[in-house]
Design a binder for this molecule. Structure first.
Ligand SMILES: Cc1cc2nc3c(=O)[nH]c(=O)nc-3n(C[C@H](O)[C@H](O)[C@H](O)COP(=O)(O)OP(=O)(O)OC[C@H]3O[C@@H](n4cnc5c(N)ncnc54)[C@H](O)[C@@H]3O)c2cc1C
Length: 357
């Protein structure tokens, strides 16, 4: 019998695999599944990865997950100079979160229920009493910035690690090209980060992701300004219906081990987040599966996650240290350099040359 704290992506992934062979109980402090995310669209990176994410899902037995492939990315400089990249293979797979029947939570929850997993909602887990910690981003204590515009989602206390944060909204019926993601680089709208527009069928999430924590408190204002002032964004949301908005903050770090006092830490609770863009979804899903396999088969959990994605996390940290210094002028220059490259292979070659400088 295994007890898991947290029914987010990593906890559900772990429970789904474990419950094929043993009894599992999951404690979730929210009253509902996916309550935190509303109907958010998440983008899972599919370019420059060792395996196609869809294939990876099948290999680890995750079936019928609804994925929305992205074949075109449009990147905009602060002056809205645009670089369009097209690919025959998906650049991203977008997934839906939250409670709708097509969401990843719904898919994993159904699998868990079919295997007899017991869920206890509305109850924060006692960490002493569980085997797996899947509680997501840790509480981040930020001092001197006044009232924080975010809901605390994690548990435990973060140290002095760098933070990423986001503020965004979920829409339906926005005007956006099919299978296309939009990324805007502008420090005024996304401090040291980027603003993205990610579709999943008729759902669209627009969010500003920042890495300059001194701007964190201003995010609602900054995001509102972006929607109003950026003419491409205002066209996208013209006539759309806003369903919900969200904000979050979390820290990121590279753990030496993700087993602490005999407990398995998975997903963001373990620190698994890619530092250049803030991706964490795939690592949450995989680490949940790896922890389950370790419990069932006595595999070395640390070895499994390190073999799978440690290198990606390290590269993300390296890229972040460079991106952290970027200015709007740098983004103008970069988009101008990339502008005439429209295929992924040439883009990756040029990109790594520039970032290696
Ligand atoms: C708004 C937003 C947008 C994002 N967009 C992307 C994206 O586009 N692509 C990408 O790759 N990544 C994205 N990320 C990061 C990604 O969502 C996370 O890395 C991933 O969800 C982590 O999964 P997790 O299981 O660790 O945590 P979560 O999915 O956050 O789940 C943690 C769960 O634990 C519960 N919990 C917390 N404390 C307790 C407790 N004490 N007891 C019981 N339950 C508890 C919470 O209520 C929650 O349900 C985004 C994150 C956010 C917040």
């Amino acid at each position: 019998m295994t007890k898991i704290a947290g029914a987010g992506i990593s906890g559900l992934s772990c429970a789904a695999k474990l419950s094929e062979s043993q009894e599992v109980t999951v404690f979730e402090k929210s009253k509902d599944l996916g309550a935190k995310f509303g109907q958010s669209v998440f983008a899972v990176r599919a370019y420059n990865t060792q395996k196609d994410f869809n294939e990876e899902l099948k290999e680890i037995g995750f079936k019928n997950v609804s994925l929305y492939p992205i074949y075109t990315s449009k990147k905009f400089s602060p002056s809205l100079n645009c670089q369009t990249l097209k690919s025959k293979k998906p650049l991203f797979y977008n997934v839906l979160r939250g409670k709708s029947s097509e969401s990843i939570e719904a898919n994993l929850y159904e699998r868990c229920k079919n295997n007899g997993v017991e869920f206890i909602f509305g109850k924060a887990a006692d960490f002493e009493d569980v085997d797996v910690i899947a509680t997501g981003a840790r509480d981040v204590k930020i001092t001197g910035l006044g009232e924080a515009p975010y809901s605390r989602v994690g548990s435990g206390t973060a140290g002095d690690y760098p933070c990423k944060f986001g503020y965004g909204a979920n829409f339906v019926d926005a005007s956006i090209e099919n299978n296309t993601i939009y990324i805007f680089y502008d420090m005024n709208y996304a401090p040291q980060g980027y603003l993205y527009v990610a579709p999943f069928k008729e759902s669209v999430t627009i969010a500003s992701v920042g890495f300059d924590v001194s701007k964190f408190k201003e995010m609602p204002k900054i995001f509102g300004k972006a929607l109003k002032e950026n003419k491409i964004l205002s066209e996208i949301i013209d006539g759309a219906t806003e369903l919900s908005h969200f904000s979050y903050i979390s820290d990121y770090f590279l753990p030496k081990t993700a087993i602490i006092k005999g407990k398995y830490y998975i997903g963001e609770a373990a620190g698994f987040g890619e530092a250049s863009k803030g991706f964490g979804f795939r690592y949450a899903l995989l680490s949940g599966y790896f922890a389950a396999n370790s419990i069932l088969e006595k595999y070395d959990y640390d070895q499994l996650w390190k073999n799978s994605f440690l290198q990606e996390l390290k590269e993300g940290l390296k890229a972040r240290s460079m991106i952290q210094k970027m200015t709007n002028q740098d983004y103008e220059s970069l988009i101008a350099i990339y502008k005439n490259i429209d295929n992924l292979q040439d883009y990756m070659k040029k990109k790594s040359r520039i970032f290696n400088l």
